[in-house]
Design a protein around this ligand. Structure first.
Ligand code: ADP
Length: 272
C-alpha cells in the first residue's frame, strides 16, 4: 500500500471511471480479522461521537452522509450500529420516500436542500436525491431528457454544499440478489419482522439489472473529489460498519477542527 493509502481506498469510485458492480464482491471482508476489527470499530465509533461534539463546538462544518442501496441491504442497521451513540442533538436522519404532491410541485432538489445539515451537525440521508436518477430512471418516472441532466445538477449542488462547509460522503451498500432473497425470507418467517416486508419490494427486485445499471451510472458520474462514492461490500456487517466508520473518522479528522478558545481567562473565574 502506498503511504497514506487506507484499506478502504479501493472501494472509492474514481470520477468518470467505468463501474461494473458485478465485478465487485458483495461479501468482501478485506481479509481482516473479525474480532479485532469489531474492537477497532467500537473505538472508531467513540471517536465519531467526540468529533461530532468538536464539530458542534467549533461551528464551522457539517457532515452529510448519503446511504443508498437495494432493499434489505442494511441501511437501517448502519444508522443504528454506527451512528446510534452520536449525541441525538447533533444527528438528524432524513428518509426520502416517493415524493408527495407538494414535493412534486417543486424541483427535485427542493426537499433535499431544506434538510441538509446545519453547522456542527451530522445528517444521514436514508435514500436521497440519487433516487431521482435511480428509481426515476429505471421506471421512467420522468423522460430521459430530464433525468439525464440531473447528474450535472447533482454535482453542482454538492459542490455548493462543500464550498459552504457541508462535507459529503456517500455509501452504496452492495449486496447480491441471493443475499436480498435470504433477508426477505427471514423477514417473512419472523412475525416481528413481517411488517418490514412490502410485496411491492419484489417489483424493484425484478428490475435488479436495470437498477444496477442506473447505480453504475450514478456512481461513475457523481463520485467527485469533494463528494465521493464508496461501494461498500455489505454482506459482512462487521466489515461494512468498519469501512463506513473508518471513512467518517478520517474525513472528520482531516478538517483539523479546534475547540474555540474562551474569550475570558478561565483561571480568573471564581465560583462561590
Ligand atoms: P426504505 O426501503 O428506504 O426503508 P420504503 O420501503 O418506504 O423505505 O421505500 C421508499 C420508497 O420510496 C422506495 O421504493 C424508493 O424508491 C421510493 N422513492 C424515494 N425517492 C423517490 C423519488 N424521488 N421518486 C420516486 N420514488 C422514490
Amino acid at each position: 500500500m502506498a503511504p497514506n493509502m487506507s484499506f478502504y481506498d479501493r472501494f472509492r469510485i474514481r470520477h468518470g471511471s467505468a463501474v461494473d458492480l458485478s465485478a465487485i464482491p458483495t461479501d468482501d471482508d478485506g481479509n481482516l480479522d473479525q474480532k479485532a476489527t469489531q474492537e477497532a470499530t467500537t473505538k472508531l465509533i467513540e471517536r465519531i461521537v467526540e468529533l461530532q461534539e468538536l464539530m458542534y463546538a467549533e461551528g464551522k462544518h457539517s457532515l452529510l452522509i448519503v446511504l443508498q442501496a437495494m432493499d434489505a441491504a442494511g441501511k437501517d442497521s448502519v444508522i443504528r450500529n454506527v451512528f446510534g451513540p452520536v449525541n441525538a442533538q447533533g444527528l438528524n436522519i432524513a428518509s426520502f420516500k416517493a415524493p408527495s404532491a407538494i414535493e412534486l410541485a417543486h424541483d427535485y432538489l427542493w426537499r433535499i436542500h431544506s434538510v441538509a445539515p446545519r453547522k456542527g451537525t451530522i445528517t444521514i440521508f436514508n435514500r436521497s436525491h440519487y433516487e431521482d436518477v435511480l428509481v426515476v430512471r429505471v421506471k421512467s418516472l420522468v423522460p430521459e431528457h430530464r433525468w439525464s441532466k440531473r447528474y450535472e445538477h447533482i454535482n453542482q449542488f454538492e459542490q455548493l454544499l462543500e464550498d459552504e462547509g457541508t462535507h459529503i460522503v456517500k455509501f452504496y451498500l452492495h449486496i447480491s440478489p441471493e443475499y436480498q432473497k435470504r433477508q426477505f425470507m427471514q423477514r417473512l418467517e419472523d412475525p416481528k419482522k413481517q411488517w418490514k416486508f412490502n410485496p411491492k419490494d419484489l417489483d424493484d427486485r425484478a428490475l435488479w439489472p436495470e437498477f444496477q445499471r442506473a447505480y453504475e451510472a450514478a456512481l461513475s458520474k457523481c463520485s467527485t473529489d469533494y463528494s465521493p462514492w464508496y461501494v461498500v461490500p455489505a454482506e459482512k456487517k462487521w466489515f461494512r460498519n468498519h469501512l463506513i466508520a473508518s471513512v467518517i473518522v478520517d474525513l472528520l479528522e482531516s478538517l483539523d477542527m479546534r475547540y474555540p478558545k474562551p474569550d475570558f481567562d478561565p483561571s480568573s473565574i471564581h465560583i462561590d
